[in-house]
Ligand binder design. Structure first.
Ligand code: FAD
Ligand code: DLZ
Ligand code: SF4
Length: 518
C-alpha cells in the first residue's frame, strides 16, 4: 500500500552506517524524509558470517533505528522475518519506494565494491534518481588518497601516516612530531608474561532488543560458524563510548609495548576491541584519536602507547581503505604467488595439533575476534606458507571476524597477509617460522610439536614450511632487498639440510592436500 503523503527523500542507511552524523542523514530532513533500514538475507549469507557478527549488527541496527526515531525521524525498519522481506538491498529499496514514492533515494557510499555496483543499478531498476554521497566518517577521502598516491613511485603507509599527522595536527608540536620521532615501534614488540596484570574489554548484558536478535540468529543461522553466547558486545553509541573509556583507563598505557605479544588463554591482552564499533559507525575515528592524544598530554599514558594506537587508526585504517578504493575491482582477483591450495578444514573447527593455530581459531570461534598479530602471524602466516588460494583466505576472514567489511578486510588479507598484490601494500610478505611465534608467545610450551626441530617426527610445521615457501617463490621474491638475509641463509645451508627441509614441508603439504589435519 502506498503512503498517502509521499516523502521527498528515502534515506537508505546500511548496517555499518550507524552514525547520526552520516552524510546522507545530514542532507535530509526528518520532517519530510523517511529512513529505510533492512535486515537482508543476502547480506548475512553471501559469506556465512559468524553468528556473533550477525547478532551484533542486527542488534546495533535495531538500537540505532530507535535512536533515530527518538530524534524525530520516521524509520521503516524491516526485520529479517518481516512479511514480504525480499532478502536483498535492491528488493527492499524497491518496496519502500513503492510505499513512499520518494522524489529521490539518498544513500551514503557503501564500504564494499559489490554493494556500490548494486547501488549503481538502482536508478534504472527503481525508476527513481539515486544520490550516492561521500562517506565523511573517514579522515582521508578517497579522492584525497588518490591525489596523495598518484605520481608516487613507491606508496608506503609510513609516508602517508606522516602526511596525516601533519594534516590533522595529531601529536604534533610546532610542526614536528611529539617526542621528536614519528614512530616509536622500536620501544614496542615486547612479549607479555603470564603473570602480568591483564585488562579485559568492557562487557554488556544483552537487553530485550538484543535478546530478540539472539533468538533470531540462533533460529536462522544455527549452521554458521561461531558461538552466539555469551554475547557481550556494545550495541549502542553510549555503550561503545563506555567500552572506549574503559580501554583508555585500563589498557591503552600497555598498548604499544605489548602490541605484538600473544599468550595462551588471553584473547585481548592490551588490544582495544574497538574495531567492531568503529567500523559499524558507533565510534568516530577522529574523536577516538583526539581522546588518545589527550590521554598522552594529561600524562595518563606514555607516548609510545598513544602514538602506536593513533598510527593504527590514522595510518593503517585509512591507508588500507585508500588502497581498496583505488585498486578495486581487480585487486580482489590478485594472486601474485600463484597460490591455489584449498583452505584447510580446521580453520572452521580449530581441530589441529598446532597450539598456536588452535588458540587463534578457538578464540575466533568463541568471540568473532582475534588480535592483529594472531591474524597476521598465526592464521595468515600458515595460509601464506602453505599456499592457500588468497580468495579463500579472504572469504574466511570476512566471515569470521565481527569487524570485517571488505574495504578493511580485503587489503589486510590479500595485501598485508598473503602478499597476493605482489607488494602494493607491504614491502615484503609477513612470514615466519616457529622461532618468531615462540619469541612472542607462550604457545609453543603447550604444543604437540617441538619448535626447535625443523624436520622429522614432531617438528614444528612452520619451520620447514618457511624455508620451502621462500624456495618455492624465489622467482617472485628473491630480488626483494628485504629478503636478502633469509635467501642468503638458505643458500648457505648444505644441500642435505635443504633437501630434508623441502621433504618435510612436502609431507606437511601432502597431509593438508589429503584433507588430514596437521
Ligand atoms: P587494536 O589492536 O586495539 O588496534 C586499534 C585500532 O586500529 C583497531 O580497532 C583498528 O580500527 C585499527 N587497526 C589496527 N590495525 C589495522 C589494520 N591493519 N588495518 C585497519 N585498521 C587497523 N581490521 C578490521 O577492522 N577489519 C577486518 O576485517 C580486518 N581484517 C584483518 C585481516 C588480516 C589478515 C589482518 C592481518 C588484519 C586485519 N585487520 C582488520 C586489522 C587488525 O587486525 C584489526 O583492526 C584489529 O585486530 C582489531 O582489533 P582491535 O580493535 O583490538 O585493534
Ligand atoms: C554484514 C552485514 C550483514 C550481516 N547484514 C546486513 C543487513 O542485514 N543489512 C545491512 O544493511 N547490512 C548488513 N551487513 C553489512 C553489509 O553486508 C555491507 O558490508 C555494508 O553495508 C557495506 O557498506
Ligand atoms: Fe605453533 Fe610450532 Fe609453536 Fe606449535 S611449536 S605452537 S606449531 S609455532
Amino acid at each position: 500500500m502506498s503512503d498517502p503523503q509521499p516523502c521527498r527523500n528515502l534515506v537508505v542507511v546500511l548496517g555499518d552506517q550507524l552514525s547520526p552524523d552520516l552524510s546522507s542523514l545530514k542532507r535530509a530532513d526528518p520532517a519530510s524524509d523517511r529512513v529505510l533500514m533492512a535486515e537482508v538475507w543476502r547480506e548475512a549469507t553471501y559469506v556465512r558470517h559468524h553468528k556473533k557478527k550477525i547478532a551484533f549488527l542486527f542488534a546495533a541496527m535495531r538500537h540505532f533505528a530507535e535512536e533515530l526515531r527518538a530524534a524525530g525521524w520516521m524509520v521503516d525498519y524491516v526485520t529479517l522475518d518481516a512479511d514480504g522481506n525480499t532478502g536483498s538491498f535492491q528488493g527492499e529499496v524497491a518496496r519502500a519506494a513503492a510505499r513512499h514514492r520518494p522524489e529521490r533515494v539518498l544513500v551514503t557510499e557503501p564500504g564494499e565494491w559489490r554493494v556500490l555496483e548494486d547501488m549503481r543499478a538502482w536508478p534504472s531498476a527503481l525508476g527513481v534518481p539515486v544520490d550516492i554521497v561521500t562517506d565523511t566518517r573517514f579522515l582521508c577521502s578517497v579522492s584525497e588518497f588518490r591525489a596523495w598516491a598518484s605520481g608516487r613511485r613507491q606508496r608506503r603507509m609510513e609516508h602517508f601516516y606522516r602526511q596525516m599527522r601533519r594534516k590533522t595536527g595529531l601529536l604534533m608540536e610546532g610542526g614536528k612530531p611529539a617526542g621528536g620521532q614519528w614512530n616509536f615501534d622500536a620501544d614496542n614488540r615486547r612479549p607479555a608474561k603470564a603473570d602480568l596484570f591483564m585488562p579485559s574489554p568492557r562487557r554488556f548484558e544483552p537487553d530485550r532488543i538484543t535478546r530478540e536478535v539472539l533468538d533470531l540468529v540462533a533460529r536462522r543461522f544455527g549452521d554458521h560458524i561461531g558461538d552466539l553466547e555469551p554475547f557481550w558486545f556494545a550495541v549502542t553509541r553510549d555503550q561503545a563510548q563506555e567500552a572506549l573509556d574503559h580501554f583508555m583507563e585500563t589498557a591503552l598505557a600497555g598498548f604499544g609495548t605489548y602490541q605484538d605479544a600473544m599468550l595462551r588463554g588471553e584473547k585481548f591482552l592490551f588490544h582495544s576491541m574497538l574495531s567492531v564499533y568503529l567500523n559499524a559507525g558507533l565510534l568516530d575515528p577522529m574523536d577516538l584519536c583526539r581522546k588518545v592524544e589527550a590521554a598522552y598530554r594529561n600524562g595518563q599514558v606514555p607516548l609510545n602507547a598513544a602514538e602506536g594506537y593513533i598510527r593504527q587508526i590514522l595510518g593503517w585504517r585509512e591507508y588500507v581503505r585508500g588502497i581498496y578504493w583505488m585498486e578495486m575491482p581487480d585487486y580482489g582477483d590478485s594472486n601474485a604467488l600463484n597460490a591455489f591450495a584449498p583452505l584447510p578444514d580446521f580453520y572452521w573447527t580449530a581441530q589441529t595439533r598446532m597450539r598456536c593455530m588452535r588458540e587463534a581459531i578457538t578464540q575466533t570461534i568463541e568471540e568473532a575476534y582475534a588480535h592483529h598479530i594472531q591474524r597476521l602471524m598465526i592464521t595468515g602466516n600458515f595460509a601464506l606458507l602453505t599456499g592457500v588460494r588468497p580468495q579463500e583466505v579472504h572469504a574466511w576472514y570476512l566471515a569470521v571476524y565481527a569487524d570485517a567489511y571488505e574495504w578493511v578486510e580485503l587489503p589486510n588479507t590479500l595485501g598485508m597477509s598473503q602478499f597476493a598484490d605482489g607488494g602494493l601494500l607491504g614491502s615484503k610478505p609477513y612470514m615466519s617460522g616457529g622461532n618468531y611465534i615462540n619469541k612472542m608467545s607462550d604457545y609453543c610450551k603447550g604444543c604437540d610439536y617441538d619448535v626447535r626441530r625443523r624436520t622429522g617426527k614432531g617438528a614444528c610445521p612452520f619451520n620447514a614450511l618457511y624455508w620451502d615457501f621462500l624456495d618455492r617463490n624465489a622467482d617472485v621474491l628473491k630480488g626483494n632487498p628485504r629478503l636478502n638475509r633469509p635467501y642468503a641463509t638458505w643458500a648457505a645451508m648444505d644441500a642435505d639440510t635443504r633437501k630434508a627441509l623441502k621433504a618435510h614441508a612436502g609431507e606437511v603439504l601432502e597431509q593438508l592436500a589429503g584433507g588430514r589435519p596437521v
